[in-house]
Design a protein around this ligand. Structure first.
Ligand code: SF4
Ligand code: FES
Length: 248
């Protein structure tokens, strides 16, 4: 395949940034999107040009590092991570536009790389339990109803990629925050901090200058892990309960 790439190039956080066009020939449909960017970078390097900076780690859809906006959609045309998107999802001759996540809380570091440490700070604010650690307890020591275990597990699949923020017109991080709160709040071990957790995480979310949720649903539509929109309803219910009970 021969494709034309329009890529956002930005030297640093304070640089204005601009789109730059590259023609790439001989792209295999079996390449992942990141492998296609590797090919571009190899060719740029051979021409003594600066390679395009993009974030990645596992390349298996589990670390959440590789998010970019492709043709206006977070992670591109398939509901998966960018590393799991393949060039067969495009056609020979396509013009493909690649941009970083656009959100005030995710400042651009360079080219397609953004700083997602705001997510880390949300997790730090409440994403823990005070259950004593030590030797592993017997697996049946704390019975967990199957439906609760499933809910916690589904929420725990959130990889912190940030696609939900990139897709949201308000740049809200509520789907991520709700997933992290639901993960621990669904389990017996997470109950002692449940009220404080939800208040602290939502406060941190707002401090990081993510926008508010107005139930548009773009977040859930692009989430590569299928975190459902009603996770946010559960978060709001927990938050109202916590505030009503006077928790801080
Ligand atoms: S909720 Fe989904 S889209 Fe948002 S950070 Fe988690 S995995 Fe990514
Ligand atoms: S590189 Fe880890 S999810 Fe894509």
């Amino acid at each position: 395949m021969n494709i034309t790439l329009r890529v956002w190039r930005q030297k640093s956080r304070d640089d204005e940034g601009r789109m730059v066009t590259y023609e790439i020939s001989d792209v295999s449909p079996d390449m992942s999107f990141l492998e296609m960017l590797d090919v571009l970078n190899e060719r740029l390097t051979l021409r003594d040009e600066e390679p395009v900076a993009f974030d990645h780690d596992c390349r298996e859809g589990i670390c959440g590092a590789c998010g970019v906006v492709i043709d206006g959609v977070a992670h591109g045309p398939e509901t998966t991570t960018t590393c799991q998107l393949h060039m067969r999802s495009f056609s020979d001759g396509d013009v493909i536009t690649v941009e970083p996540w656009r959100a005030k809380a995710f400042p651009v570091v360079k080219d397609l790389v953004v700083d997602r440490s705001a997510f880390d700070r949300i997790i730090q604010s409440g994403g823990y339990v005070s259950a004593p650690t030590g030797t592993a307890p017997d697996a049946h020591a704390t019975p967990v109803p199957k439906s609760d275990a499933d809910r916690a597990f589904d929420a725990a699949t959130c990889i912190g990629c940030g696609a939900c923020v990139a897709a949201c017109p308000n740049a809200s991080g509520m789907l991520f925050t709700a997933a992290k709160a639901a993960h621990l709040g669904s389990l017996p071990q997470g109950q002692p901090e449940r009220e404080a957790r939800v208040i602290q995480m939502v406060n941190q979310h707002d401090e990081e200058e993510f926008g508010g949720c107005t139930n548009i649903g773009e977040c859930a539509a692009v989430c590569p892990k299928g975190i459902p929109l009603d996770t946010i309803s559960d978060l709001n219910r927990d938050l109202l309960g916590a505030l009503a009970s006077g928790s801080e």
